[in-house]
Design a protein around this ligand. Structure first.
Ligand code: ACO
Length: 346
């Protein structure tokens, strides 16, 4: 079996910060209400001219630099996003071009806020099968372009950002298991139905693409679904919740994270939380939080790191990783099929 490690992590958020005080001037809300109900204090908003691919590219450059890997060594780029620059080309292809990743295939994954876990699970399978040795996995969003800034029930929740990681074949570590689930029958509880990619960098375009949701129903679903997915993943690996070194959940609402932690009996320090600074950045939230955890020195060799997410679809799931920083095996041990732009691109 081929293992994999995370060789480098990067994140990027736009410069402009929108605080709760700013939102008080835009809709009927209060800093206190937003903090009490969500834990969010501020979020970053993309500038005109910034798009999902420009955010993704910035995060990817940091991840590659930290991994000390040249873009030309990448076999594949997978970008998770619900707010691509357009219907096509994919964000992954735009990043491939921006990096000069001349040998890499590229495609996007859309599973709303579950996108990053789905993309990472896909990447680990490519490495496990020997089809790729180095994969860039990205989560990036400009949700501010699909938020109705007059709807206080949603506009206080979301922000823009990107996270990226370089997955590399290794001697040790990688996925201990994952669970991906969906219930499309509940699609009306959380959706953005228009062609959001058709909106330009200033946000002009079709109006029917705003995020709409049944907040309380999604809240209950999120706690239950992520708890069950984590339990199933842990039980598959014959581990208990107390054996998780770090849980990096989708950052949608602090109370949702606390609900999952309580249901699993986790200690507060077992869960990574950075929602107060960024809000819900959908596909970007888990890689951004993972990157920040690494910067804080919370990801040691051999650590068991659990990821979990939920989002529109409805879709949800969890993944358990054994963290590895060990070097890569000799080329001969991963000499299976190699993805190239012509085979993986579209
Ligand atoms: N400021 C002040 N009051 C507000 C605001 C606001 N921003 N938003 C709603 N309210 C009011 C409501 O109108 C309601 O007033 P009422 O009692 O007079 O009717 C009251 O606050 C309570 O509203 P609820 O919706 O019941 O509040 P709740 O505690 O459920 O919190 C929230 C709302 C924060 C949206 C919560 O339900 C939640 O986080 N749900 C999950 C949302 C989520 O995570 N979505 C994921 C999207 S991921 C993706 O795929 C894009």
């Amino acid at each position: 079996m081929i293992h994999c490690r995370v060789a480098g992590l990067g994140r990027y958020v736009p410069e402009h910060i929108l605080t709760n005080a700013d939102l008080e001037r835009m809709v009927e809300t209060s800093d206190q209400w937003i903090i009490d109900r969500t834990g969010i204090e501020e979020r970053h908003i993309a500038a005109p001219g910034e798009t999902t691919s420009t955010l993704a590219l910035a995060a990817a450059r940091v991840a590659l630099e930290r991994a000390a890997i040249d873009a030309a060594e990448l076999d594949l780029i997978i970008a998770a996003t619900t707010t691509p620059d357009g219907l096509f080309p994919s964000v992954a292809s735009l990043v491939q071009d921006g990096l000069g990743a001349s040998r890499a295939g590229a495609f996007d994954v859309n599973a709303a806020c579950m996108g990053f876990v789905s993309a990472l699970a896909t990447g680990t399978q490519f490495i496990g099968a020997g089809s790729a040795r180095r994969i860039l996995v990205i989560g990036a969003e400009v949700l501010s372009r699909i938020v109705n800034w007059q709807d206080r029930g949603t506009c206080v929740l979301f922000g823009d950002g990107a996270g990226a990681l370089v997955l590399e074949a290794a001697e040790f570590g990688g996925p201990l298991g994952f669970v991906l689930r969906s219930d499309g029958a509940r699609r009306d509880q959380l959706f953005a139905s228009g062609l959001c990619g058709a909106r330009d960098a200033e946000g002009n375009g079709p109006l029917d693409c705003y995020i709409q949701m049944d907040g309380p129903a999604i809240f209950k679903f999120a706690v239950q679904a992520m708890t069950e997915a984590l339990r199933e993943t842990l039980s598959g690996a014959r581990l208990g919740p107390d054996e998780i070194d770090l849980l990096v959940p989708h950052q949608a609402n602090l109370r949702i994270i606390q609900g999952v932690a309580k249901a699993l009996g986790l200690r507060p320090e077992q869960a990574m939380v950075n929602i107060q600074k960024y809000g819900n950045t959908s596909s970007a939230s888990i890689p951004m939080a993972l990157c920040e955890a690494a910067e804080q020195g919370r990801l040691r060799e051999g650590a068991r790191v659990a990821l979990c997410g939920f989002g529109g679809g409805l879709a949800w799931g969890a993944m358990l990783l054994e963290w590895s920083t060990s070097g890569i095996p000799p080329a001969a041990s991963t000499s299976g099929g190699r993805m190239t732009a012509s085979r993986a691109g579209g």
